[in-house]
Design a binder for this molecule. Sequence first.
Ligand SMILES: NC(=O)C1=CN([C@@H]2O[C@H](COP(=O)(O)OP(=O)(O)OC[C@H]3O[C@@H](n4cnc5c(N)ncnc54)[C@H](O)[C@@H]3O)[C@@H](O)[C@H]2O)C=CC1
Ligand SMILES: CC(=O)C(=O)O
Length: 309
Amino acid sequence: MKLGIIGSGMVGAAAAFACTLRGAASRIVLVDIDTARARAEAEDIAHAAPFAGATQIDAGDYDDLAGSGIVIMACGVGQKPGETRLELLGRNAAVFRSVVGEVMRVCPDAILLVASNPVDIMGQIAQALSGLPPGRVIASGTILDTARFRWLLGRHLGIAPRSVHAYVLGEHGDSEVLAWSAARAGSISLQGFAEQVGAPLTPEVRDRIDNGVRRAAYTIIEGKGATWYGIGAGLARIVSAIAQDEGAVLTVSTLGDVMGVQDVACSVPRVVGAQGVTEDLVPDLSPAEADALRASAEMLRDTAAAVPV
Ligand SMILES: NC(=O)C1=CN([C@@H]2O[C@H](COP(=O)(O)OP(=O)(O)OC[C@H]3O[C@@H](n4cnc5c(N)ncnc54)[C@H](O)[C@@H]3O)[C@@H](O)[C@H]2O)C=CC1
Ligand SMILES: CC(=O)C(=O)O
């Protein structure tokens, strides 16, 4: 499958690198307004390809995207230290207004995979600009937050993050909701397993993990200016799910109804395959988690409604 990536900064390049190592795409084309950057990233990543597989990677312009099955949108600006994702909205919406039409002109049948922040609303804007069905415009949503949650839980419990079944829901941002009540270690309740291994989930432990997930981007941006490895791997995971028609359950964001809030883009676990998103699987939540998810969805709906497309 051919993959286009718009924006070959840290996130676009990390996604290309992760897809190359994973063998998620046979061909990758990097497009950036900074053509020298796109060329340099493509060449650097191409030098990794012989160690991994047969991915062909090039820089190009919009016409070179023809035939792409998926186009990742990683263009625009990122947060400065202390800045929220929502503060990027005006600047990145302007970038999408100049880019999405160009992508659709060349590959009208591609699935759009949005990474630029604030990612939920940017996904909604991409859907409106492209006119694609909602399930074919997928924002990475809380796929990264879910990975952070599983990693921290796995460390606390002494088990592999992949054996922790836990989800972060709602906004990829400050209002996100850690679904503690639906979390499982293997097939048993998280709380039960935590007690079994003598690592109880006390209020202090929960607060530490909540903070570690919710504040991760702020902490990393403070230290190195941006985050890219986690989201690069997450985007490659979504590309694989689509390219191989996996029907994988991933927390991604797409336009739909969540907790009675209509036409909102935010994350719940969803089935992802060759047609994009086909089903939602909203877990059973405690009343407090359900209220927090509804509030997150309402905030995103209201913020998105104020942005002209
Ligand atoms: N969804 C997620 O979980 C995450 C999202 N992000 C977001 O991803 C976005 C990209 O972040 P970085 O790669 O770190 O930023 P970056 O500044 O390194 O790269 C952005 C690239 O977009 C390009 N660009 C800007 N306007 C363009 C246009 N009109 N056409 C084509 N290319 C254009 C720039 O030249 C630059 O190379 C940001 O909005 C950031 O907040 C970052 C980390 C995680
Ligand atoms: C920057 C960002 O959105 C993240 O690392 O979560």
